[in-house]
Design a protein around this ligand. Structure first.
Ligand SMILES: C[S@@+](CC[C@H](N)C(=O)[O-])C[C@H]1O[C@@H](n2cnc3c(N)ncnc32)[C@H](O)[C@@H]1O
Length: 310
């Protein structure tokens, strides 16, 4: 297991806390506990309030539980934020004063070679955040068709020659030569026989496969929709994305919830009107400062958006 001495560094910690505007007596949810960095900051701002911290990765749950064991106000749960409504019902929480969702994977997941997330360490092609469920990356790459894989690489990776890369990966999978992370690196290299491939292409392929294996955008959509419904009036949702696909989902769900929904009669008159659920507090995303990016290069692609329940 990753040591607690080298945990994930929380991204935009000051901005996250400022925008969450923690009320000392409120009820808060951290959807993505990770190493517990953001959770710790929220817990420190609470007096009689409480914080629920979730993660679908058991290692993160263990790490956050240990880090925050001295805070009585914190409850750490192993759960997927995509099924938030059910989780809140189980723990008998009706409304939340604030939610934080810091998307993607953590540096601990990348650092644990045996999890298969990183092209820089050797391990089995697993990549599951929740090792209790779903297909491993290896099984996924064996099952998926070449065409589907090319679409996934295009949608999640935005890499040019997706068909060539998908064909090279499937060739290795069909030859039963796709078991470990170096095999996937080699497959990307096979796709560029005359060019020297850049680490960026390999990194992007790993990221795309990880997002598909964990169905990340599907759960993100559900988690955001359910989170918005669980917010108390004036409750805030702070979201941080690292990938253009994540940011697209966030913008779409937040924009949808901020719209007044009208249906019309055949003559054009308004038949029904459903008020907007939220107002968007950040017209443009908040970006990390240069000093933070120097200190924590992972912050470079982060975008923070905030909405408030009406
Ligand atoms: C960027 S890290 C969070 C880091 C955290 N804010 C901190 O300060 O340490 C993202 C975390 O979200 C978790 N995660 C991703 N998708 C999830 C989901 N659908 N449900 C619950 N946790 C999820 C990952 O396992 C990972 O630990």
């Amino acid at each position: 297991m990753t040591s607690i001495e080298s945990p994930h560094i929380p991204v935009m910690p000051t901005e996250s806390l400022q925008w969450l505007a923690v009320k000392p007596h409120g009820t808060y949810l951290d959807c993505t506990a990770g190493a517990g960095g953001h959770s710790q900051l929220i817990a420190q701002a609470l007096e009689t309030g409480r914080l629920i911290a979730l993660d679908r990765d058991k290692t993160a749950v263990e790490m956050t539980s240990r880090r925050l064991e001295s805070f009585d106000c914190v409850r750490v749960l192993h759960a997927n934020y995509g099924t938030l409504t059910q989780t809140l019902k189980t723990i008998e929480i009706n409304q939340l004063d604030g939610i934080l969702l810091d998307a993607g994977c953590s540096s601990m997941q990348l650092d644990q070679g045996e999890r298969g997330f990183s092209f820089q360490s050797e391990g089995p092609l697993d990549m599951r955040m929740d090792t209790d469920e779903g297909e491993t990356a290896r099984d996924f790459l064996m099952r998926v068709s070449e065409g589907e894989l090319a679409t996934i690489l295009r949608d999640y990776g935005d890499i040019g020659p997706v068909k060539r890369i998908a064909a090279a990966i499937k060739k290795r999978a069909n030859a039963q030569k796709l078991e470990y992370t170096p095999d996937l690196v080699a497959a990307v290299e096979d796709a560029f026989p005359t060019l020297s491939r850049t680490p960026d292409e390999v990194r992007t392929v790993f990221q795309a496969v990880r997002m598909a294996v964990n169905q990340e955008l599907r759960w993100l959509t559900q988690g955001l929709e359910q989170g918005i419904d669980a917010l108390a009036p004036q409750g805030r949702l702070v979201v941080i994305s690292f990938h253009s696909g994540e940011d697209r989902v966030m913008k779409r769900v937040l924009r949808e919830a901020s719209r007044v929904k009208r249906t019309h009669q055949p003559d054009g008159r308004v038949a029904s009107e459903e008020p907007a659920k939220v107002k968007v507090l950040t017209r443009k995303p908040i970006l990390p400062g240069e000093e933070e990016i120097m200190r924590n290069p992972r912050a470079k692609s982060a975008k923070l958006r905030v909405i408030e329940r009406i």
